[in-house]
Design a protein around this ligand. Structure first.
Ligand code: NAG
Ligand code: NAG
Ligand code: NAG
Ligand code: NAG
Length: 409
């Protein structure tokens, strides 16, 4: 069940940041959520990604991909016609393949891509709802959760991309990553260039490499700079963030919603990082909340936390001694972005408090093969709108299609 401490971490991760923005809509949202939670049993909340795809009238497949380090990832596919170009859509932190289909036909990215004749693949990183399996480790074993976004980039993406390109005998036409789906791609392209070669072009939605401008939040941790990990663990957040299904479970238990509303709403603040009320469809909220948040390892959050403090885009910091063993250096090595050769398109937004324009600029200056650099014209568009905005199609997906049709070298 939900751990309040996990919520504390979310709040620090993004809630405090947007407190000013949130205040305006907080009361409305609280009402909205109570309604949503009461409705949660009535809608498509019990459907998984496959069922959501089928319900929308598309063919759906699930494939299990084995990583070199033994994780079993379940990825989803809306198969295209023979020889249709494969496209991989990769979710961000606490998300899953479901987030690309929940807003439905004509609206959700996965369906729009399928309608355009692409062979659509929606993957799931280790540790999320669909990928909690390993050939020898059980998810109840803390060792299962000993990974951060580094391992997702080093092992998950190579396994997934090789699987797709092998099965379709085509290079990956486009990799579309959102948030952590971009972080992990950069890690992969640096550490596994032979895999990156199989990708024609990469589109970064809300690119996250540097998180320097989340530093204001990290200041909370500054007095404890060397022991964030110890603090989190002492708070009781051990292996992973056990939030998947939290909303469904609350509804199912018939708990007094009002009792929870306060805490839930606090949790939800991170959902609202730069909340854009106009773009969130009330009817769909229960469905969205049934799939979001998914789970991930605590180590992933700690890794991002370390970057907030260091201002760097670098490997996990184990502390001097263990760094020496792991990296032959007392500090973790930077990820060298200049080594990435895959053509990359950057798409970001003014009101995105997690992938800030300032941080995107730092990234842009280090990348050497940028094919498009696009700040969305909407002043309200934010981090979650890439998945769930009612008008995501006109706001951003049309732009994605345009980039996909361009020739790149
Ligand atoms: C939040 O809203 C309340 C009332 O709606 C107002 O009194 C308060 O000043 C607002 N806080 C901020 C930080 O805007
Ligand atoms: C690629 O496909 C072949 C035959 O279908 C199979 O034997 C091989 O193991 C596959 N390789 C990968 C990396 O999936
Ligand atoms: C909200 O989503 C529902 C269910 O998909 C849809 O029927 C409705 O038209 C949407 N509302 C708006 C304002 O787009
Ligand atoms: C470790 O680093 C030292 C100094 O930078 C270098 O001389 C040595 O070759 C490195 N050892 C390994 C195994 O890479």
């Amino acid at each position: 069940m939900m751990q309040p401490t996990a919520i504390v971490y979310f709040l620090t991760l993004c809630g405090f940041l947007s407190a000013a923005t949130v205040n305006v809509t907080f009361n409305n949202l609280q009402e909205l959520l109570s309604t949503a939670l009461n409705d949660i049993e009535n809608v498509d909340v019990n459907l998984n990604t496959l069922e959501l795809i089928k319900k929308a009238g598309y063919p759906a497949e699930a494939h299990v991909v084995l990583t070199e380090d033994g994780y079993l990832l379940t990825i989803h596919r809306i198969p295209g016609a023979k020889n249709s170009p494969p496209v991989l859509v990769q979710h961000g932190i606490l998300c899953s393949s479901a987030d690309w289909v929940v807003i439905g036909k004509q609206r959700a990215l996965a369906f729009i891509l399928a309608d355009q004749g692409y062979d659509v693949w929606l993957s799931n990183f280790r540790g999320n709802t669909y990928s909690k399996a390993h050939i020898s480790l059980s998810p109840s074993d803390p060792k299962f959760w000993d990974f951060s976004f580094d391992e997702m980039g080093t092992y998950d993406l190579p396994a997934i991309i090789s699987y797709i390109t092998n099965l379709t005998s085509e290079p990956l036409h486009t990799y579309i990553g959102h948030s952590m789906g971009t972080t992990t791609f950069y890690v992969m392209a640096i550490k596994r260039p032979e895999v990156a070669k199989m990708v024609r072009v990469m589109i970064s939605l809300a690119p996250v490499a540097f998180v320097r401008n989340l530093r204001s939040v990290a200041q909370i941790f500054l007095p404890f700079k060397n022991s964030i990990e110890a603090i989190l663990y002492s708070l009781g957040v051990h292996d992973f963030i056990p939030l998947d299904g939290v909303f469904r479970n609350i509804a199912r238990m018939g708990c007094n919603v009002n009792f929870f509303t306060k805490q839930i709403c606090s949790t939800i603040i991170f959902l609202i990082c730069g909340f854009d009320e106009e773009q969130l469809n009330d009817t769909l909220l229960p469905v969205i909340l049934a799939h979001f948040p998914s789970s991930t390892s605590t180590k992933t959050l700690i890794h991002y936390g370390q970057e907030m403090i260091s201002g760097k885009f670098c490997a996990y910091d184990y502390g001097r001694e263990k760094n020496m063993q792991m990296y032959n250096a007392t500090i973790p090595p930077d990820y060298d972005l200049s080594r990435i050769t895959v053509p990359i398109a950057l798409i970001y937004a003014y009101n995105d408090l997690l992938a800030t324009e300032k941080d995107v600029k730092i990234l842009r200056d280090l990348l050497t093969n940028i094919v498009d650099d696009y700040r969305l014209p909407s002043l309200k568009f934010n981090h979650i709108d890439y998945m769930w905005a009612q008008d995501a199609r006109t706001l951003v997906y049309e732009k994605i299609l345009e980039i996909m049709k361009k020739k790149v070298n």
